[in-house]
Structures are given as structure tokens and as C-alpha cells.
Design a protein around this ligand. Structure first.
Ligand SMILES: *Cc1c(COP(=O)(O)O)cnc(C)c1O
Length: 396
């Protein structure tokens, strides 16, 4: 018999979310996740994906994935530490290390898994972690899993970080102290102040950990935020995902050889979960080949990002302080933001509302993610729809 306690827990909580209009219904896409998507038979300009370079549908990568699948099969068959590793996983890690400019790299099944595995492989209950208050959920969970003391500092506030690093160091309570930050913050599109963070880290002997999920492929000619600032030899952990700009799935840590060797024997998702499929590994390798051969997609992404930003700003929208192609359009009040996003959808633009608790109350926004795959025509059409809905709702 089913559990009555579970039944009532679920029905009460689901009802509560639905009553408050907070229950998220997931739209099934009738086709690939490209610059135009089809939902319920209707085509929409897609400004919601993390497919920054349009690589999710890249033909060279699709072909590489098919070839590898034919050669190695659809699945890796086992955890790498138990049944040996496929050559293609080693190739991927060598490619990633070369691309990032580090001694070595280790691939995981996702960016989320990287943070589950890498933090707790090094940090424990005798340690402390200084964490930016706006860090991604997977960083927060990874920190909790390590059992280290978590000390949050105000978002990108270097005075607060310095103060808390000093207090932690001088307390003598902790064996190791780490500072951990997103490279690019996904809700506002701002970049972590890495040069200052590294300076503070050197002053107080902190381990440095940068999760560059939204920076990889987007900054530093594709190599990420750390490269953008020329700090490749000064950051201990460089985390990246293969599921955003790279367009496939997976995550990785790039760093010194000793660190990577340690993660291969201590990071639990690496030890207890089957690795990436051969097809995914091959597609990721081809993506890095594409990024290494030419900066064309990278330049197109920035051109499109700047074009959309200027267009929205000229129309009179508040687009915040983004330093990357991520373009928030800040509406403010939660309900108004939801209605705005719904109206954009009805007119042909797919751009999701992001509201409290994901962002602070009163800063509801529709977040736009332009990509290299968008044409000027698509962006112009999106801007015309923004203008129409913005005027209709008295926002501009
Ligand atoms: C998206 C994201 C992740 C998760 O990456 P996946 O590969 O999708 O699991 C981790 N960290 C940050 C900062 C992210 O933005």
C-alpha cells in the first residue's frame, strides 16, 4: 500500500505551489533546441538556452558522435576506475587540459557532478569555504557535502571577502581555507573579480576554485574567465561544463596533475557513476577542435549579444550591468514579470521569467540568452516584439 504520509505531503505541497502560481510547467520541444524552437506547434525565437555557440546542433559534432558510437557503442559500460577507461575519454581530457592551458583535466558526467565530487575530495570538517552569496546551487550543495564550515561573502564584495578571509585565517580554527566563485554569474551576466580574488587568496593562503560554467566558450576567446584575466597558472580548480557553450553534456575540472590524480581516486561521482557516453565524449572533442580552429562562433556570439543589448537599451528597458552576452531585462515586480514573459511568448519570443527566490524580491527579470546561432533577422523580430509588449504594458 502506498504511504499516506507521502501522498498528503505531495498533494498539499503541489496544491500550494499551483495556488501561488509557482508551479513550473515544463514545455516539451518538438525538435532540436536551436535558435528557433517549436512548442505546441508554434515556432518561437529561443532566447532561453545556454547553447551560446549554437553547437548543440553542429553537424561536425553530430558526425563525430555517430562515428564514435559505431566504434565504441552507445554506452561506456562501466565506471572508469573499475573496467578501464575508453581511449576517447582520455583524449577528451587531454584536449580539455590543452584548451584550458593546465597540466591535466578530469571529465565528469555533468557540471553539477563536478561540484559534488571535487569540493569534498579536498575539503572536510576541519576546513572552511568562503563562498560568494550568489554562487550556483551545485556549488552550494557541493560545499555542504564536504562538511566544511561555509562562510558566505557578499556578492563580488572584495572588502567583505578580505575581511572574512582574514578572520578565518586568524582564528586558527581551520586546516585549509578555500574561496569559491562562479566565473560568470548567470542571473546578471557579471564577471567575478578574479584578479582581486587571487590577490586575497595569495595573501591568506586560500585554495582557489572557479566554476566557469557560463564563462567557458564565452570569455577568453572561448577558454573561459580565468584565461580572460590571464590567470591560468594561479587558479587551483577550474571547473567547466560541456553542456552550455560546448553544446553536449558533461563537466570537467582542469588543474595541476597532482590535483587531477587525486580527484581520480577521491571524487565520488567519478568513482561510483558511469562515465560520459562515447558519442558525447567525441562530440565534445570536436567542439574543442572547432573552437581552436576559429573564433568565428565566439565573435558572432558577442556581436549578437551586443546587438540585442543595445536594441533593448535603446528601447528603454533596464538591462542591468551585464558584462557578457547574458542579457537580463529587469521588470521588477514578480507577477508583472511573469505576465511580460507570457505576452512575449504569445507574440513569438521564448524568454523565461526569473523571479524570487532565484533572484532577490522586486528584481524579477526576463533573461535573454542570445547565441551565435541567431540571425540579425531573428534578433530584429525579437526586438520588435519586445517593443510591442513593453509599450502595451507601460514598461517603456
Ligand atoms: C549550469 C551550471 C552548472 C551545472 O552544469 P551542468 O553541466 O548542466 O550540470 C554548474 N555550475 C554552474 C555555475 C552553472 O551555471
Amino acid at each position: 500500500m502506498a504511504s499516506k504520509i507521502l501522498d498528503s505531503f505531495l498533494s498539499e505541497n503541489l496544491k500550494d505551489l499551483k495556488d501561488k502560481g509557482l508551479y513550473n510547467v515544463i514545455d516539451p520541444l518538438q525538435g532540436a533546441n536551436g535558435p528557433i524552437i517549436k512548442i505546441a506547434g508554434k515556432e518561437l525565437i529561443n532566447l532561453s538556452s545556454n547553447n551560446y555557440l549554437g553547437l548543440a546542433t553542429n553537424q561536425r559534432m553530430i558526425n563525430a558522435s555517430i562515428e564514435a558510437t559505431k566504434k565504441y557503442g552507445v554506452g561506456a559500460g562501466a565506471v572508469r576506475t573499475i573496467n578501464g577507461t575508453l581511449k576517447i575519454h582520455v583524449e577528451l581530457e587531454e584536449k580539455l587540459a590543452a584548451f584550458k592551458g593546465t597540466e591535466a583535466a578530469i571529465a565528469f558526467q555533468s557540471g553539477f557532478n563536478c561540484n559534488m565530487g571535487a569540493i569534498s575530495a579536498v575539503m572536510d570538517q576541519n576546513d572552511a569555504i568562503l563562498s560568494d552569496e550568489l554562487n550556483h546551487a551545485s556549488i552550494i550543495d557541493g560545499c555542504r557535502l564536504s562538511k566544511a564550515k561555509i562562510i558566505r561573502y557578499k556578492h563580488s564584495d572584495m572588502d567583505d571577502l578580505r575581511l572574512k578571509a582574514k578572520q578565518a585565517k586568524e582564528s586558527g580554527q581551520y586546516k585549509k581555507i578555500m574561496v569559491i566563485t562562479d566565473g560568470v554569474f548567470s542571473m546578471d551576466g557579471d564577471i567575478a573579480k578574479l584578479p582581486e580574488i587571487i590577490e586575497i587568496a595569495q595573501e591568506f593562503d586560500l585554495i582557489t576554485y572557479v566554476d566557469d560554467a557560463h564563462g567557458s566558450g564565452v570569455l577568453g576567446k572561448g577558454a573561459g574567465t580565468v584565461k580572460h584575466f590571464g590567470l591560468s597558472d594561479k587558479v587551483d580548480f577550474q571547473i567547466g561544463t560541456l553542456s552550455k557553450a560546448i553544446g553536449v553534456v558533461g563537466g570537467y575540472v582542469a588543474g595541476k596533475k597532482d590535483l587531477i590524480d587525486w580527484l581520480k581516486v577521491r571524487a565520488r561521482p567519478f568513482l561510483f557513476s558511469t562515465s560520459l557516453t562515447p558519442g558525447a565524449a567525441a562530440a565534445c572533442i570536436e567542439a574543442i577542435n572547432i573552437l581552436t580552429e576559429s573564433t568565428e562562433l565566439y565573435e558572432k556570439l558577442w556581436e549578437n549579444g551586443n546587438y540585442l543589448k543595445k536594441g533593448l537599451k535603446d528601447l528603454g528597458f533596464n538591462i542591468g550591468e551585464s558584462e557578457t552576452p547574458i542579457t537580463p531585462c529587469i521588470i521588477g515586480e514578480e507577477e508583472k514579470t511573469q505576465i511580460f514573459s507570457k505576452r512575449l511568448n504569445e507574440e513569438g519570443v521564448y524568454a523565461k521569467a526569473i523571479v524570487f527566490p532565484t533572484v532577490p524580491r522586486g528584481t524579477g527579470r526576463v533573461r535573454n540568452m542570445p547565441s551565435a546561432g541567431h540571425s540579425k533577422e531573428m534578433l530584429n523580430k525579437a526586438l520588435a516584439i519586445y517593443e510591442k509588449v513593453g509599450k502595451e504594458m507601460g514598461i517603456i
